[in-house]
Design a protein around this ligand. Structure first.
Ligand code: FNR
Length: 180
């Protein structure tokens, strides 16, 4: 039986390092796992007035989360927090009230930045929200990709062996959690 993972990038940028990181995770996924990168660019900004008749993009998001056995969340760091597009997706996935689609989903949280601190601040804020959403994130190993500009080639492939090893270690822990 195949395990379905829904992956979310917190960057909409065409050449996003965060999205390249998600693609590297997908590339290194174990046998029997399918990773679908979910497009969150079409989600409207959350407005409770829209809940009376949910937009198609929100319905599609709900379906993607419900279909997934587990979730990958990757975020850039904006002013020491995670990105608003990711928050928007997390919030829509928790609505309408009492219908939190993220409930009990195993997850991994990835921070990514071209700078030095590995998006630590973004990951910590994101992890805090996952507690409230009752998700089950892998706690260790943590994953912070610093210096992302040097970790991918011109085609967007991950070229850093240490990062590949960390991704493989994280996949092992993620699969243990999913199979529990
Ligand atoms: C940034 N950037 C940034 N980087 C970082 O390491 N810590 C930070 O607090 C911030 N703050 C920040 C705020 C805003 C509004 C922007 C637009 C950017 C830089 C950021 O890491 C860089 O633009 C990345 O390339 C964004 O990730 P993607 O789009 O490459 O995935």
């Amino acid at each position: 039986m195949s395990i379905k993972i829904a992956a979310f990038s917190g960057s909409l940028r065409k050449d996003s390092y965060t999205t390249k990181l998600i693609k590297a995770f997908k590339h290194l996924s174990p046998d029997g796992v399918t990773v679908e990168i979910i497009d969150i660019s079409q989600l409207p900004l959350l407005n409770q007035d829209l809940e009376a008749d949910l937009p198609t993009a929100v319905r599609d998001l709900h379906q993607s989360i419900e279909n997934a056995d587990a979730i990958i969340l990757a975020t850039p760091e904006y002013n020491r927090s995670y990105s608003p597009v990711l928050k928007n997706a997390l919030d829509w996935g928790s609505r309408p009230q009492g219908q939190n689609k993220w409930d009990k989903k195993p997850a991994v949280v990835l921070g990514c930045t071209p700078y030095n601190l590995g998006a630590f601040g973004a990951v910590q804020h994101l992890r805090q929200v996952l507690v409230y959403l009752n998700m089950q994130p892998v706690q260790q190993p943590e994953f912070y990709l610093a210096g992302a500009a040097d970790k991918f080639d011109g085609q967007g492939n991950l070229i850093d062996e240490q990062t590949k090893k960390l991704i493989t270690d994280l996949w092992n822990k993620f699969m243990d959690l999913i199979n529990k």
